[in-house]
Design a protein around this ligand. Structure first.
Ligand code: ARG
Length: 285
């Protein structure tokens, strides 16, 4: 019964990804000789003024172009390493750097707005932000409210438990106290098994787990790895939930922007820039 639910959910996510035509797997196959990614990365995801000034000093060309093309506002939830997180005052990570590289291709200047994860789609709909880049999984439900670009990464929902836990897989989660980040696919999956405890930040759930206030946390596999490396006494189970695909979300039916971003993404995959960015934040096991 529970197993069936899990595989049904898997179908839903995979189907959604297929609808948008996913290209996420290309990235992994691309060689990564690009040299620029590193630089672009450090300057672009600037949250504060100081960083913007630095950008103009070090990359005059990009800056000149950028001011002509206007600002591309990215909504994110910077509680999700290695995709988006704070380094001092600055939002960095795979999404921040990828979005900066996309903005540069579009001749625009990237501005990052940090917000609650479940505020990103409303912010797109109201025009407060232009793109949602937040390790956001393509789902059928979200497609009712936003459009997605081609995909750029794959993920699974990992199950984190304490090292001494008797939980070995999704089948053991029924009736347990499971923490999730509010409004995520992890929230969705767990909600089908049992009522989850919802947190604003994934790390808050992980802390509660380490303090034995929860029995498990379900969250995307890469953030899971980061959190488990930072908090003692936790492990990630081998069994994970369905595979998902991340894409950039855009206001529904803004096909022009989707197409422009897809062109930029294809170039960044092709020339290895995207892979270089990923490799900077995720070390292969
Ligand atoms: N991939 C999951 C989802 O789309 C979780 C994303 C959470 N992202 C974040 N920046 N907090 O629902």
């Amino acid at each position: 019964m529970k197993k069936k639910m899990v595989s049904m959910m898997l179908c839903a996510v995979v189907t959604a990804a297929m609808v948008t035509g996913c290209g996420g797997k290309d990235a992994a196959q691309t060689e990564a000789p690009a040299a620029e990614a590193g630089d672009a990365a450090e300057e672009a995801p600037a949250a504060g003024d100081a960083a913007e000034e630095e950008t103009s000093a070090e990359a005059p060309e990009a800056e000149a172009e950028a001011s002509e093309g206007g600002t591309l506002v990215m909504g994110t939830n910077a509680e999700f390493p290695p995709y988006e997180f704070y380094e001092g005052q600055e939002v960095v990570g795979i999404d921040a750097e990828m979005a900066a590289a996309v903005a540069e291709k579009l001749g625009m200047e990237l501005k990052i707005e940090d917000m609650a994860f479940d505020s990103i789609i409303p912010a797109l709909s109201s025009g407060k932000v232009d793109i949602g880049v937040a390790g956001m999984t393509v789902t059928e439900d979200r497609l009712k409210n936003v459009s997605f670009t081609d995909t750029y990464a794959t993920a699974t929902q990992a199950i984190i438990v304490r090292e001494d836990s008797e939980i070995t897989g999704a089948d053991d989660l029924d009736g347990k106290k499971i923490g999730v980040q509010q409004g995520t696919t992890g929230d969705l999956f767990v909600s089908d098994i049992t009522e989850p405890e919802r947190f604003n930040k994934g790390m808050e759930a992980v802390m509660a787990l380490s303090q034995s206030k929860l029995d498990a946390v379900v969250i995307d596999n890469e953030p899971a790895k980061v959190f488990v490396s930072e908090v003692e006494g936790l492990k990630i189970l081998d069994e994970a939930f369905a595979e998902e695909e991340y894409a950039i979300a855009v206001a529904k039916d803004n096909t022009e922007l989707v197409e422009k971003i897809n062109t930029a993404l294809a170039e960044l995959k092709e020339d290895g820039t995207l892979q270089t960015i990923i490799d900077k934040y995720i070390t292969a096991e």
